[in-house]
Structure formats: C-alpha cells, structure tokens
Design a protein around this ligand. Structure first.
Ligand SMILES: NC(=O)c1ccc[n+]([C@@H]2O[C@H](COP(=O)([O-])OP(=O)(O)OC[C@H]3O[C@@H](n4cnc5c(N)ncnc54)[C@H](O)[C@@H]3O)[C@@H](O)[C@H]2O)c1
Length: 387
C-alpha cells in the first residue's frame, strides 16, 4: 500500500510516519548527518543539495545532478506540491530520499543538513529567492538571469559578495566542453585579436505550456530570458562590456499568440564593444526545424572560431580545424553542475559563471531590450549607471 501523505511542519509535505522514521534512521546513520558548514570540504565529502523550483528546468537539472558523484539530493521544493513530489520520486528512483517542501524558506530553516541549493524558479522570482537563499549562508546555483532590472541585479550581486556560500549562475554554456575549449583557444590568442562576433538563435516558439515565458513583465522578454546565453558567451570572448546597443524587434508571426503574449518573436541587434568590436545577433522563433538553428561565431585577426563546433579556421585557409576538447562526451549542464559541486568542495569563490560575470551578462540584454523598446541607441553608461 502506498504510504499515506501527511502534512509535516507547515511548508513540508508528503511524509508518512513510516517515511519519517526511515528518514530519522538515515539521519542517525554514521556519515549521513553533518552540520552545514561552509569551509572547504574533503575530496570525498558528500554534498547535500536541495532544489527550489522543480518544473521544466529544475527537473532536468535534478536528473543531471543525480549523476554527479558525491552528491545527495536531500530536499525538493516547489510551490506546486505535485511537482515537488514528482522530483522526490526522481530522487527515489535514483536510490536516494528527499524531503518534500512547498515553502523554501521553511525548508532552509528546518532542514539544516542542506549545504547547497539549486534555484530553478521563474525569472521574476529570482531576486527574492536568490537573496533569501544567500542570506541563510547556503551555496547557491541560480538559474539565469540574475534578475530582471538593473537595481535588482545589483542587489543579487551585492548579496552574493557578502554571502558565506559560493554563488554560481546557470550560464552553463561556459562549461560546455566544445565552447569552453574554443574559448580557451580564443583567450590564448589563437584567432588573434577579436574583431567581431556573429550569433544566431533561430528556433521554434517558446514552451506554450509555461505561461510566464510569454509575459515580458515575468521573463524580461526574449533577449533577457533566452538571447542572454549567446550574449554571455560573446561578452566573455571579448572580455569587456558593450558601449552601445542599436536594435529592432517585435512580433511578426505570433501576434497575441498565445493570447495576451507581450514578448517579441524576433529581433536583430548590434552591440558595439570597445575598440570597435561588434556583436551582431539575430534571434527569432519561426525557424523551420533544422533550417538555421544556433550559430556562435567569433572572428579574429588571424582566424575565426565556431564555439559549438569546438573548431576554428585560419583567416587565409580553407577547412575547419578541430580543437582538442576534454570531456567531449559530457553535456554543458553536467559540467556546470559538476563545477559547482567542486567549487563547493574546494571553497572556490570565483566560479567561471560567478555573480560579477552574471551581473554584466544580464545588464547586456537589459540594455539591448531597452534599445528595442525605446527605438534608440542605448549606452552602457546610462544602464549600468542606474541604481
Ligand atoms: N540555463 C538554461 O538553459 C535554462 C533553460 C530553461 C530554463 N531556465 C531557467 O530556469 C528557470 C525555470 O524555468 P522553467 O522552464 O523550469 O519554468 P517552470 O515554470 O517550468 O518551472 C519553475 C518552477 O518553479 C516553481 N516556483 C515558482 N516560485 C517558486 C518558489 N517561490 N518556490 C519554489 N518553487 C517555485 C513553479 O511552481 C515551477 O514549478 C527560469 O529562470 C528559466 O529562465 C534556464
């Protein structure tokens, strides 16, 4: 017979007495119970992780996290109880046991064993959820964007600076084996001086089952929610923030579809970086399957690099040159979460996708979106100077 669901302390759900007893026994087992301390861990230490937001992305990250050695997922929280329960089932299927919560503050307050949290809640909640988790001293892997306004982004970055825990942001493409290897090649001068980046993100429409993606007040619109990944990579490749943005965008196909839609379905943008380096980026949702897809090209004085391909080509020769790509069989998400766990273990306070880079990389699409809405050239100074 299935265990009877009962409500434990307010905000924790779904534990029968027998489950609680089992959990207590587990807690008493040697090596399983440990205080949440934020000093460096030993190589073999188990890191106890909780998830906040177990929808589409959270579920995917959870499955990925469960593959990383030395991790126990001990808590799962979603304001929609059945999603938290579904996440707990995933943990159970992997041989673990996670407590089920609908209030993450309660979870953090009561489940002291938690070392680290993965946040995958909707964009409009990021500021409050991130700051609350950082303030109680947990390590935090937080989904992008940092927040939706300049002021809120700065508040999250400030909380991360003061936090006891490590803070890493879900710009997982920085950890993608091919992109990462190519970026190392670029930064070592492999393509010479970076002159220009050209990006394309063409695909089908946003997930219709998730309404907040279509509301610009909740997701910041498609550049802040989606274009942000490629813009983060280009900003990283160039090594500084843009100075000016000029752009045009709107809704050409999915007008009021789904009903009430306030996000665009296409835009084109040019960012000017220092020394006349330009980023040219095109993003839309009416790409036939496999037609253009994603391109992330970085052009330099000696050659050009193709980030997702892990390859480059000298400027005066034909033919792509494949780069040596360590961990080529691993996904970006696996590598990003594994890096987070390693950062927690080694107390590395400067992750590759840290608060400062995430702040810059969230302000870039905020600036770009403003250029579209206000139909004018927007400068970094006016955006970054705010708040
Ligand atoms: N890095 C990436 O490639 C990538 C890909 C997809 C989504 N994301 C990001 O992941 C986040 C989640 O996106 P999604 O597609 O999973 O959306 P979703 O709506 O499917 O999932 C969000 C979940 O968070 C829950 N939630 C909302 N407020 C909460 C709170 N206060 N406490 C606990 N749970 C709460 C919701 O009930 C929902 O189940 C977004 O920030 C999105 O931008 C990142």
């Amino acid at each position: 017979m299935a265990p009877q669901a009962v409500r434990g302390s307010k905000g924790e759900v779904g534990m029968s007495d027998s489950e609680m007893t089992r959990r207590n026994l587990l807690k008493l087992s040697p090596g399983l119970a440990a205080p949440a301390v934020l000093h460096s861990r030993q190589a073999g230490d188990v890191i106890r992780v909780a998830f906040v937001g177990t929808g589409n992305r959270g579920g995917y990250l959870l499955r990925t996290m469960l593959k990383i050695p030395g991790v126990q997922v001990v808590g799962v929280c979603d304001i929609v109880e059945e999603r938290a329960r579904a996440a707990a089932k995933i943990v159970e299927e992997a041989g673990g046991r996670a407590r089920v919560w609908t209030d993450f503050r309660k979870m953090l307050d009561e489940q002291k064993e938690i070392d680290a949290v993965v946040q995958a809640t909707p964009d409009y909640t990021h500021k409050d959820v991130n700051i609350a988790i950082l303030e109680v001293g947990k390590h935090l892997y937080a989904e992008k964007p940092l927040a939706l306004t300049v002021e809120d982004c700065r508040m999250v970055a400030a909380a991360a600076r003061q936090a006891k825990g490590i803070f890493q942001v879900g710009f997982q493409l920085r950890h993608d084996p091919r992109r990462n290897a190519t970026m190392k090649f670029i930064h070592s001068g492999g393509i010479g001086r970076v002159l220009m980046c050209h990006g394309i993100r063409h695909g089908g429409d946003l997930p219709r089952a998730i309404p907040w993606y279509f509301d610009r007040t909740k997701c910041g619109d498609i550049m802040i929610d989606q274009g942000i990944h490629i813009l983060d990579l280009f900003t990283w490749a160039i090594g500084s923030h843009p100075l000016r943005a000029m752009a045009s965008g709107g809704t050409n196909l999915f007008i009021n579809e789904p009903p009430g839609r306030t996000v665009m379905d296409n835009y084109s943008i040019i960012f000017e970086y220092p020394q006349g380096v330009r980023v040219n980026f095109s993003h839309h949702y009416f790409d036939p399957p496999g037609f253009t897809g994603i391109r992330e090209l970085v052009f330099g004085s000696e050659g050009a690099a193709d980030l997702p391909a892990g390859a480059w080509q000298p400027r005066t020769q034909k033919g792509l040159v494949k780069l040596d790509v360590p961990d080529a069989d691993k996904t970006a998400d696996y590598m990003s979460l594994a890096a987070f766990i390693e950062n927690v273990r080694t107390n590395n306070r400067k992750p590759l996708n840290d608060a400062e880079s995430a702040l810059r990389s969230t302000l870039v699409p905020i600036m770009g979106t403003r250029a579209i809405y206000e139909r004018r050239i927007v400068t970094w100074e006016e955006v970054a100077g705010e708040a």
